[in-house]
Design a protein around this ligand. Structure first.
Ligand code: BGC
Length: 767
């Protein structure tokens, strides 16, 4: 755990230069706009430890799989989001030497992520080896108003000299991914242009052929005036820059404005890229930095208006939740159904920027409640569009007749993961995709989603489960062997309760969906049946036989579900008995020891109870929680939030708060010692859920919003807004009352702590 960042309600602040934490800060201070993302690398040259990262959404490379021992069925490649052309670079040369914080004396270093207004700011005073002292102040952002634009303001003030400073704004496409499997580069040059103060790099990804055009235009202002510049062109490989000698006067700043456009062939025809990139750069420059920033601030104000959570009385908690919300809004904006949410977003290379079950299981509720309906819907359509690939993916593993297995890790619908215990066995993800549809419809009431998209996906998923189970004669029940549940600290188990339960639920939900489509849209149903060759009577009967007779292991004496049929045979000792030096287990123990142990990486049985809470009575939830939580090490960032929600439901407020702290400041305090790889974006949505569903007790049952809040003792109040079916509800919880405000014109039915009430348009109740 590292606590080097200052607490502040609206900003993340790093004071003092800490090169040893630089990679961590580069992740934390990342900026993005859903279309592109940028780690908090320095604009000027830096030879110290750093992970350079500029990412463009949807642009990936299929990196040939590297495994020790090839197994049939492994995917050929791992798709990764690429480190793309560096657009932030501004080299500063003094006395012929590059300004480099690794070789200067650095004072007054300050890095600030202004979450309220959506920009990154940095300032420092550096003294070069030759004794020249300069003050640098930089500000940059990725526009959320026009998601193809980035802008930088970079001011250098000579503190103890007058003379010349050489400034070279540049673009550099000669970049690498640190996680490249074969140490290859992923880009080929298409066109590199430098013309005075403008430069363009068009690069194409190898194999996938995506083209990305990055363009820049810079200006240099002194005493508020933009001067005419005499530039020298620098063009090598995919590097394009223009160098300027700027006469400087002691104490007077020179200000470099760099306007950047990043356009991908995902959204433009390759032949148009250069012209459009030129036009966009020009447009950004004509608007100017100040106005672009103003628009950015306004747009962020709107985002905060919809999604902010206010915690009074605890600045660390306030900062943490805003940090989580900020990054979620930077990662996915929902404008493009081809994009999704990688576990690290645009903040690092780990997990390859690909999509996991995290989206449906953890992220969907945040976007459902804080944005327009179409944002969450686009996440679902993303999977709909991958259905064909999911069917191919299942076929590669030997399934047929339209059975779909959605990938554990994907960029374009194809499976990318290549550890057998995950690729072949962690099939519960298929259930999460179906659950996402259910959750979306439960929240929005948009049942017609089933007609146009949902039923087809649900049938294909149901077909998979129907083939994946088998009938066990000795048990006289359907069973599922050789799976890995959400708890990845156990592999190849038989009858993982969570997987069997969600499989049976999928069969039931698909059956309901079919009945709905059949009754509401018989013609579409007929067309669908033909399209997928659905043998209605036969398949439905088979699904029914399976779901009504599937083996769900339990221990009747303890009154608990069994994570897998052999779980109780393990040596059961609580996590509290572990030595501190053994944690985290995945870094300290051999994998073999981890797998044989009883320790649980993340919610497994409890994940199922969280998903299907209404199907279990409180004593059942309590017994399972009391049994499994003490065995859980929470070594997945996705774990604590589920525990907050269940603990809160059980009235275990202290436990809920303890778990909340673990999820909320996970990255800010580098709790798991891995923030340098990137931020845990998908678990940030879990943190949001921990407040809204855990502390706020929000649920949707029977088309009605329910709240059942409590307030952690160290907080004075917490409030949040919920968008629900066209209405906006403000919820505020204080130590003495819960206030509900309907910010919309129409009235809305709400259930508060078990009591039904009607909240009139623009009405307010305090209970
Ligand atoms: C978790 C998975 C998760 C993945 C990406 C793993 O550590 O065990 O459940 O999908 O991280 O977040």
């Amino acid at each position: 755990m590292k606590e080097y960042l200052q607490h502040d309600e609206w900003s993340i602040i790093e004071k003092g230069f800490k090169p040893e934490y630089n990679r961590i800060s580069e992740s934390i201070f990342s900026i993005g706009n859903g279309r592109m993302g940028q780690r908090a690398n320095f604009e000027e040259n830096y030879t110290g430890d750093s992970l350079q990262g500029s990412y463009v959404a949807g642009v990936y490379y299929p990196d040939k799989t590297k495994v020790g021992w090839w197994k049939n069925g492994y995917p050929e490649y791992f798709a990764k989001v690429l480190n793309a052309t560096n657009w932030i670079g501004i080299d500063i040369e003094i006395d012929g030497k590059s300004l480099d914080l690794a070789s200067c004396k650095v004072a007054k270093f300050r890095r600030v992520l202004n979450m309220k207004e959506g920009y990154l700011q940095r300032s420092f005073v550096a003294t070069t080896k030759s004794g020249k002292k300069v003050k640098v102040e930089s500000k940059r952002f990725c526009s959320i108003v026009d998601d193809e634009i980035g802008a930088i303001r970079y001011a250098v003030t000579p503190m103890n000299f007058s003379g010349t400073i050489n400034v070279t704004p540049y673009l550099n496409g000669d970049v690498k991914n640190e996680d490249a499997n074969w140490e290859e580069t992923f880009w080929n040059p298409v066109k590199v242009v430098v013309k005075n103060t403008r430069a363009f790099v068009i690069a194409e990804t190898k194999k996938t052929g995506f083209q990305v055009a990055t363009g820049m235009k810079f200006e240099i202002a002194q005493k508020g005036n933009i001067g005419k510049l005499k530039t020298s062109k620098i063009k090598t490989g995919m590097y394009a820059g223009a160098s300027v000698d700027v006469p400087v006067v002691k104490g007077e700043p020179i200000v470099v404005y760099k306007y950047v456009a990043i356009l991908a062939s995902l959204n433009h025809l390759p032949k148009d890229l250069l012209d459009r990139c030129k036009a966009k750069v020009k447009q950004a420059q004509q608007i100017g930095f100040a106005k672009l920033l103003k628009a950015q601030q306004k747009a962020w104000a709107k985002k905060w208006e919809d999604s902010d959570i206010i915690i009074e009385g605890d600045i660390a908690a306030q900062q943490a939740i805003r940090f989580n919300i900020f990054h979620l809004n930077q990662t996915f904006t929902g404008v493009d159904e081809r994009l999704n949410i990688g576990p690290k977003g645009f903040t690092g290379e780990k997990y390859g920027g690909s999509t996991y079950w995290d989206t449906e299981a953890y992220c969907l509720p945040f976007y459902l409640a804080t944005t327009e309906e179409k944002v969450a819907k686009n996440l679902l359509i993303y999977r709909y569009k991958h259905l064909e690939k999911a069917i191919e993916n299942a076929a590669k593993l030997g399934f047929d007749k339209g059975a779909a297995l959605y990938p554990m890790v994907t960029m374009n619908g194809e499976e990318c993961h290549n550890e057998w215990e995950i690729t072949f066995e962690e099939i519960h993800r298929n259930g999460a995709i179906a659950y996402g549809i259910f959750d979306y419809i439960r929240y929005t009431g948009d049942k017609d989603y089933l007609i146009d998209y949902g039923a087809e996906v649900l049938i294909a998923i149901a077909r998979f489960w129907a083939q994946r189970v088998h009938f066990s004669a000795p048990r006289n029940q359907y069973v599922m062997h050789g799976v890995t549940g959400p708890n990845e600290y156990e592999n190849n188990v038989n009858n993982n309760w969570y997987t069997n339960y969600i499989a049976a639920w999928c069969l039931e939900y698909a059956t309901e969906a079919i009945a709905y489509v059949q009754s509401k849209a018989p013609h579409k149903y007929k067309a669908l049946k033909e399209k997928i060759d659905f043998k209605e009577a036969e398949e439905l009967a088979n699904w029914k036989a399976i779901r009504s007779n599937i083996y769900l292991p339990e221990d009747k004496e303890r009154g608990i579900f069994l994570q897998q049929e052999g779980f109780l045979e393990k040596a059961l000792e609580p996590v509290s008995a572990l030595r501190l030096e053994d944690r985290p287990l995945n870094q300290k123990w051999s994998w073999d020891r981890v797998l044989r142990s009883c320790y649980i990486k993340q919610a497994d049985v409890l994940q199922g109870i969280y998903f299907f809470e209404e199907k279990f009575d409180l004593p059942t939830i309590q017994r399972n929680f009391d049994f499994y939580e003490p065995l859980t090490v929470h070594e997945s960032s996705l774990s604590p939030c589920v525990h907050v929600i269940l603990a809160a439901k059980l009235g275990k407020q202290e436990k809920a708060y303890e778990m909340y702290l673990r999820t909320a400041r996970l990255d800010l305090d580098d709790y798991n010692n891995d923030t340098e790889d990137g931020l845990h974006i998908t678990s940030m949505a879990g943190t949001w859920m921990a407040i809204v569903k855990g502390i706020g007790g929000m649920r949707v049952y029977d088309n009605t919003l329910h709240f059942n809040p409590f307030l952690p003792t160290s907080w004075k109040a917490v409030s949040f807004k919920i968008q629900f079916r066209g209405k906006t509800i403000l919820v505020k919880v204080t130590p003495t009352e819960t206030i509900l405000e309907n910010l919309s014109k129409e009235s809305v039915a709400i259930n508060l702590a078990g009591k039904a009430l009607e909240l009139k348009g623009e009405g307010r109740v305090a209970v």
